[in-house]
Design a protein around this ligand. Structure first.
Ligand code: NDP
Length: 288
């Protein structure tokens, strides 16, 4: 049997780590990058550097794309679209679910399969089975290449809709950035009060560690449409957020972030949800 082989297009920090993981796993690796010099270290380790995108596509059925976004994917593949037939594109570039669906249709139009991926680890986590990547697209295509994908990270197949992996990735990012900014804002308040980030750390960790229990409590109630104010009331929440905002203000720290949170609570109050749980704010979000 031939040696397992893969093409990696895009050699940013992620693509380099991915091509490296395949070399470590004994794959024959073909690489292509717009800035060819970035392939040098991989070539020294045994990778083949394709001269053109067409050559990179022709080399292997399995083609990993690790680019900044889908604009970069099209910038590279559109001029070489004639070489796409029969290829399996594993697109690990971040973008929106809608763009992933468009790309899958575009690839199909050129006779290629498309798996969307959402990688949930930095380059240092590539090559570890404990890291995880969301995948979506045709199930049989995922299954046929699952072993090769698992050289990179664990693989969490979310379904056939090509948008799903991007959606799961983006909802993680939605939570991640908002949560991390909440941490940074609280850290600005502690710093303004002479408390170091290191001193604050165990308390910040404890607050974050309490969140999974809240999620587990509210998730079934949300699915059941139960926003009863038996445990928490929006009117209590709005007063609490107001205190947070004024504590920041009193510490000389900007209030943009708590003001945005307060605005969401206020809209809920205006709609008469004051006696309901804060989860009723879902209606405020849904109505935009
Ligand atoms: P980069 O943005 O550094 O990837 C850059 C790659 O895209 C390079 O190969 C670059 O080529 C290429 N590129 C960008 N624009 C174009 C273009 N117009 N034409 C041709 N090539 C282009 O990202 P990373 O390597 O850090 O990540 C890759 C993907 O993985 C991104 O979508 C990122 O969101 C995602 N990701 C990254 C994580 C991380 O920690 N880094 C974590 C999880 C996901 P050139 O070298 O020539 O500039």
């Amino acid at each position: 049997a031939n040696k397992a082989a893969v093409t990696v297009i895009g050699l940013g920090p992620m693509g380099q780590a991915m091509a490296g993981a395949y070399l470590d796993a004994g794959y024959e690796v073909t690489v292509w990058n717009r800035t060819a010099a970035r392939a040098a270290a991989l070539v020294a380790r045994g990778a083949h550097r394709a001269e053109t995108v067409e050559e990179a596509l022709a080399a292997n059925e399995l083609v990993i794309l690790s680019l900044t976004d889908y604009d970069a994917v099209y910038a590279i593949l559109e001029p070489a679209a004639g070489a796409l037939r029969g290829r399996v594109l594993v697109n690990l570039s971040s973008d929106t679910p809608e763009r992933a669906r468009e790309a899958a249709a575009w690839a199909a139009g050129h006779g290629a399969e498309h798996l969307t991926g959402g990688v949930q680890t930095p380059p240092s986590g590539i090559g570890s089975p404990e890291s995880s990547t969301f995948y979506s697209g045709p199930k049989e295509v995922f299954e046929a290449h699952e072993a090769a994908l698992k050289v990179l990270t664990g693989a969490d197949y979310r379904g056939t809709d090509p948008g799903l992996a991007a959606l799961y990735y983006q909802i993680q990012m939605d939570m991640f950035w908002t949560a991390m900014l909440s941490y940074l804002h609280a850290t600005a308040v502690t710093a303004a009060n002479g408390i170091t980030a290191q001193e604050f750390l165990p308390y910040a960790q404890s607050t974050m560690a309490s969140l999974p229990n809240f999620l587990a409590f509210y998730a079934p109630r949300i699915d059941a449409g139960n926003h009863e104010g038996d445990v928490d009331k929006l009117a209590m929440g709005v007063a609490s957020v107001d205190h947070v905002l004024h504590t920041a203000e009193g510490s000389g720290v900007g209030t943009t972030l708590p003001a945005a949170v307060l605005e969401v609570f206020r809209r809920g109050m205006e709609r008469g949800y004051g006696g309901d749980s804060f989860t009723r704010l879902l209606d405020v979000f849904r109505e935009g």
